[in-house]
Design a protein around this ligand. Structure first.
Ligand code: ZN
Length: 420
């Protein structure tokens, strides 16, 4: 590879400003942003103060006053592609006050959201600021979107930004530091459908079953029928993606991180009846029983047809159904063999010594909003293992590796895609 002094200066800066990067993350972790309740102004101010000091353009764009999204954009010195950096500011509520400590000990940085995802969002903020410093030598355009509402679905965060500032935040490619683990890059995730299914009946005395049907029995029938029809139905994936997800290395990496069986789950629809409620007394026929169900639907299974199947089973059993719209959306997919995927894998391999594999997520992320618009979005972030736990943390080494991969991949993407 030809030597590139601009890139080498970035690599140098990762060394010289490592302490500054750690200080930024610790301050970010000390800034409260639990969602619920969802007031993220303190943490958003922390980002704003850093960007002010760095002289990088930014502003608040808020759907609600207590949920400021930090948005910034700058143009490089010549034309090229438009890369968007995305991360969320809000975090799960901590168990107690120590969740806001930002403590640093034994090579680790502790705090609620360290893994999910203040380390990843910090990487986005620093990437944006540090590339702004060399913007004259950079082609294309870079946009930062640090959003305040992801943990409760993104309606006032990423989705709102894409609705109100579409031209500024859509871009050509999106990079996100949600916790993935350093050994994989996430390029797809499942969709979900949630329902509340209810069966009603006159009810009555348990000894008089000829006078009323029993809603508990009918819900049991519905659960077993949906389970038989939907659970572990394999998705029909594009051939190259099926191949990527079933290499021995992919299966081993996936199951090491998420448990034995995860490799099949990633490529299949799953059905979970999570809450069943019915009946008041053992010798009574209940007048009502309900079940809340959660279906996870991978790309490669017809999202609308799953709905038809649920309705069909409910109708047959004379049950009412309600679709929970806030938790019902299709899966999403980005090209796992794109220029950006190769760039991320190259930089991660250089940073960690191991080439990460392309992988599917089990949970949801804001990257879906870009992928639904055919803008490829990729996740590369720290280990998800401690997220939401009392000891949530990142190691300094993995945080600095994530920062390195985001900074250099952003630079490489803008530089290499402009040359094409
Ligand atoms: Zn997250």
């Amino acid at each position: 590879m030809m030597s590139d002094p601009v890139r080498e200066a970035l690599v140098q800066r990762l060394e010289t400003d490592a302490e500054e990067a750690i200080a930024f993350l610790r301050g970010f972790l000390r800034s409260r942003s639990a969602n619920p309740p969802g007031d993220t102004t303190e943490a958003a101010d922390h980002i704003g103060a850093y960007l002010d000091k760095a002289g990088a353009p930014w502003r608040f764009e808020a759907a609600a006053p207590h949920l400021p999204n930090v948005v910034g954009t700058f143009e490089g010195g010549r034309s090229g592609k438009h890369l968007v950096l995305n991360g969320h500011i809000d975090v799960f509520p901590p168990l107690d006050e120590t969740g806001w400590s930002g403590d640093r000990r034994d090579g680790k940085i502790f705090g609620r959201g360290a893994a999910d995802m203040k380390a990843g969002t910090a990487a986005a903020v620093l990437t944006y600021a540090w590339l702004h410093d060399i913007r004259d030598k950079l082609p294309g355009k870079l946009t930062l979107t640090a959003v305040s509402d992801e943990q409760t679905g993104g309606a006032l965060g990423t989705r709102w930004l894409l609705e109100t500032l579409r031209d500024e935040v859509l871009g050509d490619c999106c990079l996100n530091g949600e916790p993935s683990g350093l050994n994989n890059v996430r390029f797809m995730e499942k969709g979900t459908r949630r329902y509340l299914i209810t069966v009603r009946a006159p009810g009555g005395h348990g000894g008089y079953p000829h006078l009323s049907r029993n809603p508990n029995k009918i819900i049991a029938t519905i659960i077993s029928e949906l389970d038989r029809r939907l659970h572990m139905r394999p998705a029909t994936l594009p051939e190259n993606i099926a191949r990527l997800l079933t290499t021995p290395e992919a299966i081993a990496t996936l199951e090491a991180g998420m448990g034995p069986g995860a490799a099949d789950v990633v490529r299949s629809m799953t059905f979970n009846p999570g809450v069943v409620k019915g009946g008041l007394k053992v010798n009574q026929i209940p007048h009502e029983c309900s079940v809340e169900i959660d279906i996870r639907i991978p790309v490669g299974i017809d999202f609308d047809k799953v709905h038809e199947e649920v309705v069909e089973v409910c109708t047959k059993n004379d049950a009412e159904w309600e679709l929970i719209a806030t938790h019902s959306y299709p899966g999403s997919l980005a090209d796992p063999e794109s220029l950006m995927m190769t760039i991320i894998r190259d930089n991660a391999e250089a940073a960690t010594g191991k080439r990460p594999i392309p992988m599917s997520s089990l949970g949801g992320s804001d990257s879906r909003y870009w992928r639904w618009e055919n803008v490829p979005a990729y996740l590369y972030g720290p280990s998800p293992v401690t997220m939401g736990r009392a000891d949530e943390h990142v190691t300094e080494a993995e945080y600095l590796a994530v920062l390195r991969v985001h900074l250099l991949s952003s630079y490489d993407y803008l530089t290499q895609s402009a040359d094409q």
